[in-house]
Design a protein around this ligand. Structure first.
Ligand code: FMN
Length: 208
């Protein structure tokens, strides 16, 4: 059966938060949270900054596994440290993960982007890959960061008139960052929501 990422709610052009697992030349396994963009039913893309173990492994092995879950601890452990050896399966996926898919790299390209809030001219590699196998163990929905940001922005909006100047300044900075992220990773509706918020702020005399 052909791979179809829409089975797990992945839509073309949208970015989702996942945990990518990879192996190095010595067979050591690594897990790291990475945003994955869906490019079609069986194609994905990600952009990984130089210096990460994940990128090194993908360059050397030309394959990786994308793990899908809604477990905050797995994201946290993968970022703050690494998962333990016994947390991985022989096919490099994470043990007892809800869903995962195996990817084979089709292209690796240098990319420099100036709009990220990190060091200027940080270097990254854009990785394009084909999804060769999709394994769904339990029904799961891929996570997209935008809706959380929209809700958080609405909470800030609901308080903007009743806080002091310092707190308002803090909220406006948060709203500005939320606007940037949602414009980058959100759905059409998420983006429209943030535009509504931005316009309402403008009416109130605030620019984000
Ligand atoms: C939710 C989330 C998404 C992330 N997405 C990316 C990404 O798309 N590209 C990237 O280079 N780093 C991304 N990161 C940061 C990497 O996970 C981080 O640099 C990590 O330390 C890399 O680990 P590694 O050296 O084991 O590969 C993300 C982090 C989080 C928490």
């Amino acid at each position: 059966m052909r791979v179809d990422l829409s089975q797990i709610g992945m839509l073309k052009g949208q970015q989702y938060e996942t945990i990518i697992t990879t192996m190095d030349d010595e067979g050591n396994l690594n897990a790291a949270p990475i945003g994955v963009i869906c490019r079609g039913n069986d194609k994905v893309m990600c952009r990984i900054f130089k210096g990460s173990q994940t990128l090194e492994n993908i360059i050397s092995q030309k394959e990786f596994v994308v793990n899908i879950c809604e477990n905050p601890l797995l994201f946290t452990w993968s970022l703050l440290d690494n998962l333990k050896k016994e947390d991985f399966m022989p096919d490099n996926s994470i043990k007892d993960i809800d869903c995962y898919f195996k990817c084979e790299v089709t292209s690796l390209k240098e990319a420099v982007k100036q709009s990220d809030p990190i060091k200027k001219k940080s270097q990254a590699i854009v990785i394009k890959a084909n999804v060769v196998e999709l394994i769904i163990k339990r029904p799961v929905k891929v996570y997209n960061r935008a809706f959380g940001y929209v809700l958080e922005s609405l909470v800030h909006m609901s308080r903007i008139d009743i806080v002091d100047d310092n707190q308002r300044k803090y909220y406006l900075n948060q709203l500005k960052e939320a606007y940037r992220v949602v414009k980058k990773v959100g759905s059409k509706k998420d983006k429209e929501a943030m535009d509504n918020i931005k316009n309402k702020l403008k009416e109130k005399g605030f620019e984000i």
